[in-house]
Write a protein that binds this ligand. Structure first.
Ligand code: DX5
Ligand code: ZN
Length: 216
């Protein structure tokens, strides 16, 4: 059984003190950084984009996992690679040719993940599982940090992990949205191997303590 990996979501960091906040979670034991990129179309919000990813790349040795909440990610795969991302997560709900986007991510030498929204059945991911490096179950509607965890995500994680095991695949499943020390054990028990948390980590006095709690 692999150890749980913890990815702080930068959306909850202090953008005026980004390097400082990143240093706190890096020293605090984070396994990777989760960067929420929003286009104002796929989700009703705009966060940050390529220049911020490039700046973050200069401040940390952590792997950068960009969660692309973009309706049309294909033209941006190369630019995100250039900016320093290590892995890209796209959404199964986008109105693009998913296979083409996943192929492009791989062709750029990046790891690819596929995310599924709360209202989308998790089985929509199944045809793509053999083309992925990770799957991400959303436990909030994407677009905003600081929302309440939706426990229905746990059933989706269980179903997804069962399907992955049934097919003999080795594919880590992550959970994103409203994760905190009070629900992390349930996430891990359901089978989540990567926990993304924004406000719980960056809102804490001692991020190292929260990261350790989340890891269990
Ligand atoms: C939501 C994002 C999440 C979110 C996590 O659109 O994908 O990564 O920012 O933040 P918390 O942990 O505050 O829900
Ligand atoms: Zn995210």
């Amino acid at each position: 059984m692999n150890a749980t990996r913890i990815g702080p979501s930068l959306l909850a960091a202090d953008f005026a003190r980004l390097a400082e906040d990143i240093g706190r979670v890096e020293r605090g034991g984070a396994d990777f950084l989760h960067l929420d990129v929003m286009d104002g179309h796929f989700v009703p919000n705009i966060s940050f984009g390529l220049p911020v990813v490039a700046a973050v790349r200069q401040t940390t040795r952590l792997k950068l996992n960009a969660h692309l909440m973009l309706q049309d990610p294909l033209p941006f795969i190369g630019p995100f690679k250039e900016a320093g991302a290590d892995s890209l997560v796209i959404h199964v709900e986008i109105e693009s040719d998913l296979r083409a986007v996943l192929d492009a991510i791989r062709q750029h030498g990046l790891q690819c993940g596929l995310a599924v929204n709360p209202k989308t059945p998790v089985s929509i991911l199944y045809p793509y599982l053999d083309a992925l490096d990770a799957a991400l179950v959303m436990s909030v509607e994407p677009g905003f940090g600081g929302q309440t965890f939706q426990p229905a995500a746990l059933d989706k994680i269980r179903d997804l992990c069962a399907e992955i095991a049934r097919r003999g695949l080795d594919l880590p499943v992550g959970i994103d949205g409203g994760v905190h020390p009070g629900n992390a054990a349930a996430c891990r028990r359901a089978g989540a191997q990567c926990l993304v948390a924004g406000s719980a980590i960056f809102g804490a006095q001692d991020p190292a303590c929260v990261i350790a709690d989340l890891r269990g």
